[in-house]
Design a protein around this ligand. Sequence first.
Ligand code: FAD
Length: 358
Amino acid sequence: MIHSGRFRDKKILITDKDSKQKNDRTWSFWETEPGLFEPLVFRCWKKTWFHGRDFSRLLELAPYEYKMIRGIDFYNHCISLIRQQPNFEICFGNIQSMENRGNRAEVCLDDVKFVADFVFNSILFEKPVLQKKDYYLQQHFKGWIIETTAPVFKPDEATLMDFRIAQQHGTTFVYVKPFSETRALVEYTLFTENVLSSAEYEQGLRYYISTLAGAESYNIVEEENGIIPMTNYRFPAVNGRIIHIGTAGGQTKASSGYTFKFIQKHSARLVESLIKNGNPFITQPAGSGRFHFYDSTLLYILKHNSFPGDKIFTLLFKKNKPQQVLRFLDNESTLGDELKIISALPAWPFLKAAIKQF
Ligand SMILES: Cc1cc2nc3c(=O)[nH]c(=O)nc-3n(C[C@H](O)[C@H](O)[C@H](O)COP(=O)(O)OP(=O)(O)OC[C@H]3O[C@@H](n4cnc5c(N)ncnc54)[C@H](O)[C@@H]3O)c2cc1C
């Protein structure tokens, strides 16, 4: 929310085709300090399990905490904040198009045209057209919030990644966010090119819950599904007066699908620039070329199956401190962290994949 005097007189229109009344997703992320949405944090864990096929460790995350926010709490909070601002208006409807008109931008919303100084767009109108060295995988998942009859979860121990399941479709893991001894979100997740049938996700969930979580009897309380693009395609950041944000603005980490914190960081930089310079034109953050290269290398390996994804993540967590890995996944690692991380990985497949990126 921009409180700067400069924008107090500006009319700001927020539009969405969905009125955001469902808990359609949960966001998890890690951070070292309480962030903007701290009051919305539904659960947070200081420890989380990593399980590979032959390696398990309970990771002590301090100074990080692994946090979870429920979509519905986020939507209610944001909509209520927005409604308190006299110069903001929310309008629900379908955006049909947006284009530049001189030094302004025009949006067509349910056949009505609006013109603005800037448009911040989070709609991915179509799948990007990939070039030769662009790889496009998907992080796709189905999750259940379950209530078990017997106590099987430890509420202060989440599971970040559990790879002790079949990998026949490609890189596949489960994560678990326990809310109590009997209630948890269990999510069956893949990093692959093609999505599965509903029955295949459910089979994976049932197997995990009964075998590895050890719950013989349970009820499914809620369900969530999702597909997040994992691509090194460079989404355009700006098109004239249209500024792309969120996944549509390239804020999804290509090699992990994590987006939530990247969006917060990107939005904070846009707001800072609006306040300081009166426009949202920002440069790429420092080191973004380097992280794009790492992401492309990993995507290449996953796409070509040149080294199994479960083994890559296992080596990362086995041979490095969790804080180093989390910083790396946040694009906030130092060169020292990165050398340590790279040295933990098998030289030949990574070297070959890295050369392909030039
Ligand atoms: C189920 C799920 C769980 C996720 N969990 C995590 C997580 O734990 N951690 C993490 O970092 N990331 C997670 N992500 C990835 C990412 O954080 C989310 O997808 C996030 O919501 C992306 O924000 P966004 O603004 O880019 O897109 P969205 O939140 O999808 O917002 C785009 C908006 O545009 C609206 N819209 C689309 N087309 C039109 C149109 N024509 N007219 C009007 N409105 C339109 C949609 O209704 C939507 O509200 C998850 C994604 C999903 C789907």
